[in-house]
Design a protein around this ligand. Structure first.
Ligand code: NAD
Ligand code: DAU
Length: 341
């Protein structure tokens, strides 16, 4: 039996990880530690509730005493750190909580892991730590770290701290850097769910700048299968990029959603660009493919249709979210979009 601390497991990717892994592995006892920020939602984990290998603890990765008591009690073999402030636009509005959670929180997990001793520490990172690409080329694991937003610089700082703990103390660490995820339970501030819900609700679709920024899309289940594989078979101390070779311009994603929902492109509204907006992300995932034999299982066209259907069928889930005060506040502060075209 492995005792596993999963942090941030009530968020989009972490909840999918827990729901998937509990069905696959009855030799894992998972403690999900999540502070339930605006992005954390226990409804995402309904299917795992009641599983005897699953425990939820409400709390922050920045709470040293709590983390120590959890390590004392559960004697973790693995730590998988999904917990983070994850949204770039919010980090532009205010960066402090990004530093606190993403950097200090990760440091506390590392310190505690070192003190108690663990088998493996996996840091869930992002391709955004590499900065921005021009029209050519790909991010490899040796691409220099060059983050541009407060969010990505906090994630890059955490990655460097993880690597320092491996180098200095021999902590058995692994880092994954994945591209943009989509799928069920993604908080509707991110591009794909926001555009689906705005379309369904007859609202304008705010496209930043010229809409030609490129993101490299992967279905959340494929990301998580890769995380599991890196944890099982990855070489300690190493970084693994994860991506599904599906680059898309933002405007093309938006048009695709409109087409699938049979709505007019008149809903598109070009708005003021995100400050410091990274132009293009594209992952070279050949290391994880050749060394670990991972490959994505989901076809983009099918998975995006599945995702759209999920939002159509789960109105209760998103209605509760979009009616919340904090989202209205955020909308007013950031998404009071200035139309530019
Ligand atoms: P999310 O915002 O949906 O979820 C984050 C979760 O972390 C929430 O449940 C939140 O309550 C929790 N959390 C936040 N601060 C916490 C704290 N101090 N202590 C404990 N829990 C806390 O994010 P996501 O999209 O699921 O991303 C998960 C991880 O994957 C993040 O580390 C992110 O950087 C990384 N990542 C995301 C993507 C993507 O496309 N969404 C791509 C690559 C990597
Ligand atoms: O690349 C991985 C990263 O992907 C993760 O590390 C982050 O946690 C995750 O939030 C995501 O970051 P992005 O900034 O790429 O995702 P977002 O959904 O915010 O935006 C995707 C693209 O769409 C980006 O170029 C900005 C643009 N956009 C976004 C929104 C919300 C718009 O044009 N309009 C919008 O309303």
């Amino acid at each position: 039996m492995k005792n596993v601390l999963v942090t941030g497991g009530a968020g989009f990717i972490g909840s999918n990880f827990i729901n998937t892994i509990l069905k696959k592995r009855d030799d894992w006892k998972i403690v999900n530690l999540d502070s339930l920020t605006y992005a954390g939602n226990l409804e995402n984990l309904k299917e795992s509730e009641g599983n005897s290998n699953y425990n939820f603890v409400k709390g922050s990765i920045t709470d040293k005493e709590l983390i120590t008591s959890l390590f004392e009690k559960f004697k973790f073999d693995y730590v998988i750190n999904f917990a983070a402030e994850s949204h770039v636009d919010r980090s532009i509005l205010g960066s402090e909580v990004f530093f606190t959670t993403n950097v200090i929180g990760t440091n506390i997990l590392l310190e505690t892991s070192k003190r108690f001793g663990i088998e493996k520490f996996l840091q869930v990172s992002t391709d955004e730590v590499y900065g921005s690409l021009g029209p050519e080329g790909y991010f490899t694991e040796t691409t220099p770290i060059a983050p541009n937003s407060p969010y990505s610089s906090s994630k890059a700082s955490a990655d460097l701290m993880v690597q320092a703990f491996h180098h200095t103390y021999g902590l058995p660490t692994l880092i994954t850097r994945c591209s943009n995820n989509y799928g069920p339970y993604q908080f509707p501030e991110k591009l794909i769910p926001l555009m689906i819900l705005n379309t369904v609700n007859g609202k304008k679709l705010p496209v930043y700048g010229d809409g030609l920024n490129v993101r490299d899309w992967i279905y959340v289940v494929d990301h998580n299968l890769a995380v599991e594989m890196v944890l099982d078979k990855g070489k300690i101390g190493e970084v693994y990029n994860i991506g599904a070779e599906r680059e898309m311009k933002n405007i093309d994603i938006v048009k695709l959603i409109l087409e699938k929902l049979n709505k007019s492109e008149d809903l598109i509204e070009y708005v003021k660009d995100r400050p410091g907006h990274d132009r293009r992300y594209a992952i070279d995932a050949s290391k994880i493919k050749t060394e670990l034999n991972w490959k994505p299982k989901f076809d983009f066209e099918e998975a995006i249709s599945k995702t759209i259907d999920w939002y159509l069928e789960n109105k209760n889930w998103w209605e509760r979210i979009i009616n919340k005060e904090y989202l209205k506040y955020y909308d007013e502060q950031y998404n009071s979009h200035e139309q530019v075209v």
